[in-house]
Ligand binder design. Structure first.
Ligand SMILES: Cc1ncc(COP(=O)(O)O)c(C=O)c1O
Length: 360
């Protein structure tokens, strides 16, 4: 049977590969490869999810009105300016779908989240990866990369896999110098972990500029299996995104769990405190072993080794010991590995395995 020809820009896509969850023959597996919350969601979210089982024979509410109302109430937004997606990924994809295609350019940072490139490719737009400065988004380089064909610019702030962020002032300068019609997308997948005074997720820019912010329930809220995220933007952009959204995109158990997770503020604050304290403890311990780390404001740490060869050897040795972390070769960082912050005992097991691996 002859294979039908896909559009050439589709055939050229390198599909996204998630973090591994198997490690050879190791009996105890510790998965620190996907920036998940190791403690899982709030008990209230689990209860809401279980209760939703009573209604599996019904279609979900379309348009996520109850979840949008909860998000709007929590953040002081207009629910009409919010769109929910199957993970924040889907919102990023809807933006490219609606605003960029063949001949258009989508700008992002060289070590930026991989899906910006994947979505650009899916819609035939040209991905433009911009050099960073010391593994941080470089405002001047981003502005220099803009051409007449630029339609969208994606910045993860903080960024994955570098763990770095740029300040509210940097973002304001970027927006002020960006052509008005270019949509600036500020991806805040890790925004909840931020405690720095000079940080903003960019919400203040939504009022007067073509800026969209995105958030997820996959990280601090501990619900990646349910795939829920959202975007907040100017009414004309959100209205456009609703035209490319699939009907009933978010399922009802996911809506119920996300609302409960969002409303359990105490649990979320506790998760942030736990993560941030563990992150600094683990970072100091890694550095004490002579391995360089990049400062992180997120729930993961980027470790820099002497060479790609050493990073690969350490990764293999960790895997043999049942510890799964993430290679970041496809992010252009072959000498680095990214580890997600686990529970204290998972982190201890990681540190012990790292010490053994370094001694091999
Ligand atoms: C920077 C960034 N943005 C977006 C996402 C997508 O998250 P989700 O689709 O689960 O909301 C991730 C996931 O790892 C991420 O790291």
């Amino acid at each position: 049977m002859p294979a039908p020809k896909a559009k050439p820009y589709i055939s050229a896509i390198t599909p996204y590969v998630g973090g591994k969850s198997k490690a050879g023959n190791a009996t105890r597996i510790i998965k620190l490869s996907s920036n998940e919350n190791p403690y899982g969601p709030s008990p209230a979210a689990l209860a809401a999810y279980a209760q939703a089982a009573d209604s599996l024979h019904r279609y979900p509410e379309d348009g996520c009105a109850s979840l949008r109302a909860a998000i709007a109430a929590r953040h002081g937004f207009d629910p009409a300016q919010i769109i929910c997606g199957v993970g924040s990924d889907e919102v990023l994809g809807m933006l490219v779908h609606a605003y960029a295609g063949v001949g258009d350019e989508v700008v992002f940072c060289e070590h930026g989240f991989l899906m910006y490139r994947v979505y650009s490719n899916q819609y035939g737009a040209t991905p433009v990866a911009v050099p960073e400065r010391h593994l941080r988004s470089d405002v001047d380089a981003l502005l220099a990369a803009v051409t007449d064909n630029t339609r969208l610019m994606f910045i993860a702030n903080p960024n994955n896999p570098t763990g770095s962020y740029i300040t509210k002032d940097d973002i304001a300068r970027l927006r002020a110098n960006l052509r008005d019609d270019i949509i600036l997308v500020l991806d805040g997948a890790y925004a909840e972990y931020m405690v720095a005074d000079d940080y903003s997720d960019g919400r203040e820019l939504v009022l007067n500029t073509n800026t969209v912010i995105t958030r997820t329930f996959s990280k601090v809220y501990g619900l990646p299996a349910l795939r829920v995220g959202w975007g907040y933007g100017p009414p004309h952009i959100i209205d456009t995104l609703y035209r490319v959204r699939d009907p009933f995109n978010i399922n009802q158990p996911a809506i119920a769990a996300a609302i409960a997770a969002l409303n359990d503020i105490e649990y979320t604050l506790q998760q942030v405190a736990l993560n941030n304290a563990e992150r600094e403890r683990v970072r100091r311990a890694i550095e004490a072993m002579g391995v360089a780390t990049h400062p992180s404001v997120t729930n993961f740490i980027l470790l820099a080794f002497e060479s790609p060869k050493q990073a690969a050897a350490i990764n293999a040795a960790l895997l043999q010991r049942g510890i799964i972390i993430r290679e970041v070769i496809n992010y252009g960082l072959p000498h680095c590995l990214r580890m997600s912050i686990g529970t204290a005992s998972e982190n201890d097991a990681f540190l012990a395995a790292l010490a053994e691996s370094l001694a091999l």
